[in-house]
Design a protein around this ligand. Sequence first.
Ligand code: GLN
Length: 530
Amino acid sequence: MSKFIFVTGGVVSGLGKGITAASLGRLLKCRGLKVTSQKLDPYMNVDPGTMSPFQHGEVFVTDDGAETDLDLGHYERFIDENLTKYSNMTSGRVYWNVLNKERQGEYLGQTVQIIPHVTNEIKDFVMKNAEVSNADVSIVEVGGTIGDIESQPFLEAIRQLALEVGRRNCLFIHVCLVPYISGSDEYKSKPTQHSVKELMAVGIHPDIIVARCDKEIPTDIRKKISLFCNVGEDCVINNTTCRSLYEVPLMLHAQNMDDVVCRDLGLETGADYPMLADWSRMVETIHARQGEIQIALVGKYVKLHDSYLSIVESLNHASFVVGKNVKINWVDSDSVTDETAPEVFKDCAGIILPGGFGHRGVEGMVCSCRYARTHKLPYFGICLGMQIAVIEFARSILGYSDANSREFDELCEHPVIDLMKNQEGVIKGGTMRLGSYPCEVTPGTILEKAYGSTHIDERHRHRYEFNNDYRTQMQEAGLTISGTSPDGTLVEAVEVADQFHVGVQFHPEFKSRPNNAGPLFVEFLKACDK
Ligand code: GLN
């Protein structure tokens, strides 16, 4: 049976609970344990798929096509396990399931209540993830901050679960902010004390407190937290701001956090951890990078960098391979025209154009793509970025000045990106091509060079496709189709000869890992570094 680690957050949001949970997962994996993780999100959306990136940041997609919270990306990158649709549950999904069961008469006429029906639904979901993943340890993060009305059913559910599986089989970790007041040079433990009090009011006593602070908090403050919050001194762990996210597991390990967790959960593991040495070496590589490559990231959600989290991380992973730092120039696509492009991109070694939805900003993206192609500046288009490359090619090379995607211009004469015949009439949430699909790679292309294979699998999240009515024309005019679905019907990737001008319909950023960088990101960065 799996053991459970529940991670909650206190004082404020945005403390890096997800990074803490993911880092602990990495440490436990390094000790030879099979680890899975899960995020419980208290908001009412059924999933984050229809939420604006400005609200929620990126939507992370799993192999099996679930649209999930961006923290799952951290879990996958740190723990290096592919998660599933059982890894993320929102309040909306819980109520959706409960109400469907009620309509189908599954509750046999009972009054349907938060306790037990809603809490049972949550508990079943937590147990299900542990079961399907066959994990020794399930790390379950509860989104939001203690005290939020929304998270109460989740906290009640994990309290009940602890009772059911027994205290020896579960552990509560509470991540809190310890503010530093520079005027008086003081670290304050009171917010943590209040937050723990709030947690205890719902029947949860934390076993470990992770104290988040920009700097290391002094021992006397840690002792104070230990005393007032009733946890062992070795159970108050510093979580300071590191130079790289990937250093966090090492910081936690240096404070014996994984020892404490294994001790408290009664987990016996081997004595040496070669995987941890590998991770340390990777962190050394990260710190050893020298020089800088400037990349323009052109998009419409650039005001919130989290909207492109996996892209940014993938560029970082590639930079560990190339040995140089990546500096991202965030470019709002609305600001790019043929006239402004030379100024906007003057310091950039390459342009990356990630996914997106809706027509705002599209014309600026086309101008960015045209500037890249005509100036032989490396261009890497992902999902919408590939569609833009196709639109730009059709406009500039085929001369179809109105070429567009049906998404942006329903009536255009040349919809080079369109819905497939069997998709017509489909416009709402939950109707996209989602999750992992195979792609056959054309030999001799950049795609093949990057992956070193003619068969790849990558994750998708889109609705529109390359319009095959234009395929022959485009190919004759010099566009290479570098990848298709195995039956050849869907175009998965395009390239322009003699330069790095690559568009892919899939999202390679979802499978890139710090110790196994996405091959196209590496190839792109190498092209930028020339
Ligand atoms: N909006 C485009 C589509 O639905 C691209 C989606 C994306 O970039 N993720 O096909």
